[in-house]
Design a protein around this ligand. Sequence first.
Ligand code: APR
Ligand code: ZN
Ligand code: ZN
Length: 361
Amino acid sequence: MAQQVRGVVAPGKNEPVRVETVIVPDPGPGEAVVKVQASGVCHTDLHYKQGGINDDFPFLLGHEAAGVVESVGPDVTDVAPGDFVVLNWRAVCGRCRACRRGRPWYCFDTHNATQKMTLEDGTELSAALGIGAFAEKTLVAAGQCTKVDPSVSPAVAGLLGCGVMAGIGAAVNTGRVGRGDTVAVIGCGGVGDAAVVGSRLAGAARIIAVDIDDRKLETARSMGATHTVNSRTTDPVEAIRELTGGFGADVVIEAVGRPETYRQAFYARDLAGTVVLVGVPTPEMKLELPLLDVFGRGGALKSSWYGDCLPSRDFPMLIDLHQQGRIDLGAFVTETIGLGDVEDAFARMHEGDVLRSVVVL
Ligand code: APR
Ligand code: ZN
Ligand code: ZN
């Protein structure tokens, strides 16, 4: 029987979000209904509300979530009712060329739940990133659920569903930060701070945090940055070169998504270093570089998609490390809030003094 739950809906472009009654159908083949326990407020939710992703209003927001599987549809074998799971954006096929080569984040045939959740009047909802987790329950593809240790706090587990995984993965999976490396992280919001945590985990000797906001640099230091550079007042390329005897960093992680910061990343790396772009640019952004500078430098220019993570490998591992006290994912949770507080949380996110507000149910 379809169920009625409360959920946070963005009704139209730039309109305030509202808590509405959402109808969640029974799970069909390959689907699961998850009782959401926690869901972080991310910039992408705000972008949906602003119409910056697409125009498929109304949206059911929320996509950084953990919860307990309530029911599964026919043919679901990987998860069962009662499992504690972290949700990810897309179930992958497991059969295409990308999946077979161990790169499921480039899967050619990803999917979400086939059925739609609706409003009471039958209007179909678009679930943010195929999840829609600012709701007491949500319908997803079973393949979007990854089972993890149920003893961790749901607010912490849910973080791995998006920004924190993207940042840690950018350092560990994409950048392949190694023991003794010098890493520079440009842009120290949630994603950049997670890249700092990932770099430390990977054994980096020096982690240089770059931001235009001193408060962000302070937080980055508490996450493990060994040096900080305010790029409003100091040229970060020169500062990074100075700190590395003129060579540049082994890995530079760009976590802003702008041409000028990408340019800094390009020139702040060692000649054979790696640049990882994890910040997401907008379609109109362009960057001109002398081709000779690209030629004259070896190394690698990479982008990181969802931290190039393998959810089944990385989610349980990072939760294990957190539970052991070897990384502190709790430091990313600034506050816990209710479903009715999402609009205010967007405003605080804008102010820049929140790493993550997490809706807890
Ligand atoms: N130079 C250095 N830092 C900058 C600059 C700049 N020119 N402009 C902004 N910043 C800093 C901000 O001060 C902030 O600390 O970048 C940080 C961005 O952080 P958030 O806005 O909190 O964004 P976050 O969630 O970390 O995501 C960063 O990664 O996944 C993508 O879409 C996401 O593009 C975004 C990026
Ligand atoms: Zn595939
Ligand atoms: Zn997100």
